[in-house]
Ligand binder design. Structure first.
Ligand code: ADP
Ligand code: ADP
Length: 227
């Protein structure tokens, strides 16, 4: 499903963000990517949706080497993935419903399907009653759940999240984590970069720990420190 082979990333300017990563992630796994600030977590995540390109190595996503993908094909890759960011990236002038529906409108689904699917997904993330609200009327945790709804509305097999709880307090962090866990329980692969020790230690899954651009541990049901 996802495979990295000897992946290196050197940014213009010289920073060696990834230095020979090898990792394989199967369909349905939940994987935390942890490590100190500057370790390469974001770069790892960005490789997967071709936001950054590897300097060397292979990054296979659903059998396709995304390091070789032409710019024209990147949108097709992204439609197979759901991506969630620390700062939500919602459209401020669209309602909750419209933010989620938009992801289906751009791929030209019909309105009847859109209405049914958006309603279903808002229910899944616990926001059925807030469909008409605007992002600024919601708490951070609610905004992130809207972002997750948007990420999964097209039923991607893989959801990628970069510090999704980075701006949230402990209560709303758990609301968001419960949603990600529910999505994973339905068979979706979840890959989440985080430095939230409480989350990683409290909700056990595979932990890939990166330090200075290298994987220093990789354990099923591991803790934040890599044990
Ligand atoms: P993390 O997400 O673990 O904090 P990053 O992947 O953001 O780590 O960064 C890894 C390294 O690459 C750091 O040294 C960072 O300064 C550098 N880096 C990240 N993005 C860029 C960029 N766009 N240009 C140059 N250097 C970058
Ligand atoms: P949290 O502690 O989870 O961050 P908040 O205290 O921000 O939550 O919000 C609590 C509730 O009040 C949420 O359900 C949210 O939808 C609602 N709310 C917060 N800000 C506004 C606002 N500006 N307008 C309308 N409702 C709001």
């Amino acid at each position: 499903m996802i495979e990295m082979k000897q992946v290196f990333k050197k940014y213009p300017g010289g920073s060696k963000a990834l230095q020979g990563l090898n990792v394989s992630i199967a369909q349905g796994e939940f994987v935390y990517v942890v490590g100190p600030s500057g370790a390469g977590k974001s770069t790892f995540i960005k490789m997967l949706y071709a936001e950054e390109r590897a300097s060397a190595g292979k990054v296979l996503v659903n059998q396709v080497d995304v390091t070789k993908l032409s710019a024209r094909k990147v949108p097709f890759l992204r439609r197979q993935l759901g991506v969630v960011f620390q700062d939500y990236k919602l459209l401020p002038k669209k309602s909750v419903y419209e933010n989620v529906a938009y992801a289906l409108e751009v791929i030209e689904k019909d309105q009847k399907f859109i209405k049914q699917r958006v309603t279903e997904v808002l229910k899944l993330v616990g926001l059925a009653t807030k469909a008409k609200r605007f992002p600024h009327e919601l708490s951070g945790g609610e905004q992130q759940r809207v972002a997750i709804a948007r990420a999964i509305v097209n039923q991607p097999k893989i959801v990628i999240a970069d510090e999704p709880t980075g701006n949230l307090d402990p209560t709303t962090t758990w609301e968001v984590m419960k949603v990600l866990e529910a999505i994973n329980a339905q068979g979706t692969t979840v890959i989440m970069a985080t430095h939230n020790r409480e989350v990683v230690d409290g909700m056990r899954h595979r932990v890939v720990r990166i330090e200075k651009g290298r994987i220093v541990s990789d354990r099923a049901g591991g803790d934040y420190n890599g044990y």
